[in-house]
Design a protein around this ligand. Structure first.
Ligand SMILES: NC(=O)c1ccc[n+]([C@@H]2O[C@H](COP(=O)([O-])OP(=O)(O)OC[C@H]3O[C@@H](n4cnc5c(N)ncnc54)[C@H](OP(=O)(O)O)[C@@H]3O)[C@@H](O)[C@H]2O)c1
Length: 380
């Protein structure tokens, strides 16, 4: 981060212009030192949490190469890293890693230490990272320094900590892609009178989905465990929370206790719960004028067994592949974060060095998350 020089003058001269000059000199000196720091970012190695093989324990390496930058790219020093269930699942179940060594980690927050070429306008900026290009390990976050396209980072608002910023990444992007790309909704419009049903409303994705859906004017019906009900209603903005431990008939009755039209449904949990959501959307009590739309972010049937439910695909890679979309999503949601319309979700924070990522992943695997995001806060 920038070095700050505390300006003190021993002069008794009360002429403020003298003090101003002293202050200005010091400011110039700060810029000089800072400029030097930027020019001198010549580090080539870093710490990283590396997968060396599916069957080997994660390796905490301290001399891993720092990636080089291409046009429009920036290098971010990570200060807090978010964990996802896929970060341990891909190793245990042997999928989604295409070479070794491999680096996982899809989100973080930190500050910019380097830009491509001569550009310097973003140096020192606090930013939020969402890495959807997981095949490009340079963008992974289980390392000290992550590469991102400069158009795809959020400036971290001053009221949000690095730890809270690290919850946002892929959860917010997935929610956005579901609403804006899969369902073709639009932040400039309001969809009052229509509802969104989320199975797994207390998942990270479900909580960001709820917040964005409320901005769009939708009524949100969230299926989650009872213990998260108050948090989802009071802090996240869900309108109705139904205990996921009820049987499906009871859930159906509760959903349609009021005359309701559910235009959109999202499953954030499994193929089985996807089928339940499709059945709920297709129920004859659903007062929809046109077919309901469904997205399953984990797994879903290829075709719908309900004639009035359409299954839509989701591809979060659209965030980085369609750069104009990604950038416009970052711009829109930056305003939501600035104004508090979207709030970072609850965290479970682990403090330490990068090696703490492996420990936190073990806890995530054993205990799971419940209405919160696991975050590693880097203290070195
Ligand atoms: N397709 C994509 O692009 C994409 C993108 C992001 C994530 N994903 C996938 O989406 C899933 C969710 O990710 P995440 O990070 O948001 O998850 P997460 O926060 O780690 O999920 C934990 C939550 O799962 C809930 N849960 C457990 N059993 C449930 C059930 N039977 N029904 C409903 N909810 C249940 C728990 O809710 P309670 O504590 O309230 O019971 C808990 O809050 C993961 O499988 C992830 O890999 C896919």
């Amino acid at each position: 981060m920038a070095s700050y020089i505390k300006v003190t003058t021993t002069s008794n001269n009360s002429d403020w212009s003298v003090e101003r000059n002293v202050y200005q000199d010091a400011k110039n000196k700060v810029s000089e030192i800072h400029e030097k720091e930027i020019l001198e970012f010549s580090q080539t190695i870093q710490s990283a949490v590396v997968v060396t093989d599916f069957t080997e324990p994660l390796s905490h390496e301290t001399e891993y190469p720092i990636s080089t930058l291409n046009a429009d790219e920036i290098l971010i020093k990570n200060k807090a890293i978010g964990l996802n269930p896929v970060d341990w699942k891909c190793k245990k179940f042997k999928f989604g890693m295409y070479h070794f060594p491999w680096i996982n980690g899809r989100e973080s927050s930190g500050y910019v230490v380097k830009q491509h070429g001569e550009e310097k306008d973003l140096i020192d900026e606090r930013v939020i990272v969402a890495s959807t290009s997981y095949r490009d390990n340079r963008t992974s976050t289980f390392q000290e320094y992550t590469v991102m396209n400069k158009r795809l980072v959020w400036k971290l608002p001053s009221h949000i900590t690095f730890e809270d910023g690290a919850t946002i990444g892929v959860g917010l992007v997935t929610a956005g892609v579901v609403l804006l790309k899969s369902f073709q909704l639009d932040f400039t419009k309001r969809y009052r009178g229509e509802s969104l049903l989320i199975w797994g409303g207390s998942t990270v994705v479900g909580m960001y989905l709820t917040q964005l859906a409320k901005i769009l004017g939708l009524t949100v019906i969230s299926i989650a465990s009872k213990k998260n009900r108050d948090y989802l209603i009071n802090e996240i903005g869900a309108d109705i929370v139904i205990d996921r431990n009820n049987d499906l008939d009871t859930i159906l009755k509760k959903i349609y206790a009021d005359k309701r039209s559910i235009a959109f449904g999202v499953d954030c949990f499994s193929k089985e719960t996807s089928l339940s959501v499709i059945d709920i959307l297709g129920d004859k009590k659903n007062r929809i004028a046109k077919p309901a739309q469904f997205v399953g972010i984990v797994s879903h049937p290829k075709t719908s067994n309900q004639p009035n439910v359409i299954i839509k695909e989701i591809a979060i890679k659209q965030f980085h592949e369609d750069l104009d979309f990604g950038e416009s999503f970052v711009k829109a949601t930056s305003k939501f974060l600035e104004t508090g319309l979207v709030k970072p979700i609850r965290t479970k924070v682990f403090e330490g060095d990068l090696g703490t990522v492996s420990k936190a992943l073990d806890v995530l695997q054993k205990q799971g998350a419940s209405g919160s995001k696991y975050v590693v806060s880097l203290k070195n």
